[in-house]
Design a binder for this molecule. Structure first.
Ligand SMILES: C[S@@+](CC[C@H](N)C(=O)[O-])C[C@H]1O[C@@H](n2cnc3c(N)ncnc32)[C@H](O)[C@@H]1O
Length: 248
């Protein structure tokens, strides 16, 4: 049991759900693409299944791939509680080999910006190309360029908060540090016990700098054919994104 009241796996799921799970502005686009492109769908960087579960609920055959076993275990529990058949695969987007091809491959949110720069991204794009059926679709979301801020100079965004079993968990973005080839988003994650005890820890994720033109060029080098872009507008809580489409 950690200081935050749950074991490490449950905490990983809780923070993931709190920081990513409430986003919904992109779901209509993934649903429309899945309807056009057809099953099976491969959701890369599926996490606890925000997108994968929505597509399975709509009747699509879905395979969910992620690096993190704890997130996939939560996804499987949720699928089985909802009576949904859905396959999970623990694997790396840069090196997976599933031995089958897909009608649609998705990389929602900023997953394509988490792969360690151009080399990691190139490896992912080649794996995606290799797993697409002829004529199939591959769609990658890119977060709009972030603006730097820190709590001393700019009002930070509101924290994401959830209450469970008398505990309150809050994740607060405190700074975005802009670097030459990316941006680091720093958060403070706090837990408040029912008796008022508090614990806090820092977390940071690094997003590679990447725009749609760069990604189209890299995709073409990996054997993919650029097939247009779609726009997801910002919400009060999330930046907007550009979704880059490719055919295999
Ligand atoms: C921003 S979250 C998106 C989660 C989910 N797709 C959603 O839209 O709510 C990024 C996900 O990518 C996963 N991830 C990061 N690097 C990965 C890699 N190299 N291979 C597979 N998954 C990865 C993380 O574990 C995390 O679940």
């Amino acid at each position: 049991m950690s200081a935050e009241g749950k074991d490490a796996a449950a905490m990983a799921v809780l923070w993931h759900d709190l920081e990513c799970g409430r986003y919904g502005a992109d779901l209509a686009l993934w649903q429309a693409l899945a309807t056009d492109a057809g099953s099976p769908v491969l959701d890369v960087g599926a996490g606890t299944g925000r997108v994968a579960l929505a597509l399975a609920r709509a009747g699509h055959e879905v395979v969910a791939l992620d690096l993190e076993a704890d997130l996939l275990a939560a996804l499987r529990d949720r699928a089985s509680a909802a009576g949904l058949a859905l396959e999970t695969v623990q694997g790396d987007a840069r090196s997976f080999e599933l031995g089958r091809r897909f009608g649609l491959i998705l990389a929602p949110m900023q997953t394509v910006q988490l792969l360690g720069g151009a080399d990691g991204r190139g490896a992912f794009l080649r794996q995606a190309a290799h797993h697409l059926r002829p004529g199939a679709l591959f769609a990658c979301a890119l977060a709009d360029a972030l603006e730097g801020f820190d709590a001393e100079h700019t009002q930070p965004p509101l924290p994401d908060i959830v209450e469970e079993d008398g505990w309150v968990y809050a994740s607060q973005p405190v700074a975005v540090r802009i670097e030459a080839d990316g941006a680091v988003i720093e958060r403070i994650r706090q837990a408040v016990a029912p008796d008022g005890r508090r614990s806090a820890e820092g977390d940071a994720i690094r997003l590679d700098r990447l725009d749609a033109t760069m990604l189209e060029r890299e995709g073409a080098a990996a054997g993919l054919t650029p097939a247009g872009r779609r726009r997801i507008e910002p919400t009060e809580e999330h930046v907007g994104s550009e979704v880059v489409l490719f055919h295999g």
